[in-house]
Design a protein around this ligand. Sequence first.
Ligand code: PXG
Length: 296
Amino acid sequence: MESALQVYIDGNFYPKSEAKISVFDHGLLYGDGIFEGIRAYDGVVFKLKEHIDRLYRSAHMIMLQIPINKEEMIQRTLETLRRNNLKDAYIRLVVTRGKGDLGLNPRRCPKPTIIIITDSIALHGNDAKETGIAALISWVKRDPVDATSHEIKSLNYLNSILAKIEANVWGVDEAIVLDKNGFVCEGVAENIFLVRNEKLCTPPTYTGALHGITAEAVQTLAKKLGYDVKETIITPFQLFNADEVFFTGTASEIIPLREINKRQINDGKPGPITRQLQAEFIKFVRDPKEGIVIYP
Ligand code: PXG
């Protein structure tokens, strides 16, 4: 059946099947652009302002002038959700360098392309959240902060995709990337935490990890629950020997890791602190104070 879903492109709405951009768009030709992945829960867009702020920080770094301001971006996102009658949604904001010629120079692209996709979210089984997933540390190192830094949420995700391919071919659920020095960095689209002696640790962004909005929320929740949280360098040894390890991300939410490179994590079951945070997180994301309400 033809989907009635409407997609926003540069001020207009198009049905999903007609939502198209030029093959000369540098987002396609060179991965020159930025994006955000956001979720709405029961009518509340979780941390929408924070996602928009990060989008504009990414834009600033790559010197891409988004033609509308942050408030307008928020309003257009909400309007797209309302048009599609969505309460629970996955939202994808994309801003590309726009149409240019066959040369990578961004100066030849006069107008950025703005895309807002809102889709219903398939609430897949909670298996992974309850049993945990298996991951491997990939041979692909995270691009350093003085290269195509993943602090920029850019359209250039080949670094993560190479790692994901490794997870696929080795038959595990997800990959972990290290930084150039061999310290733990993050997942392919998730931040990573370990718990040891009831203390939480997560790598700092100078390893090349994205400043995750879910990770920040989890840090806030953990501190509220009285846990010590530190951003610190983590070695693979510390990861293998942690009491608990979990990923955080907009798509994954909080996912426990039961195994890394065939080393079982503790007893191979999601730990008590991971479970406690999962339970708190479910409530947190639906709190209107933690986001923007779609239908006020
Ligand atoms: N690291 C990287 C490299 C990411 O891409 C995260 C960490 C987690 O950040 P947030 O702010 O989401 O907690 C991400 C997030 C997608 C998709 O469709 C990707 C992300 C988020 C949502 C959707 O692939 N990446």
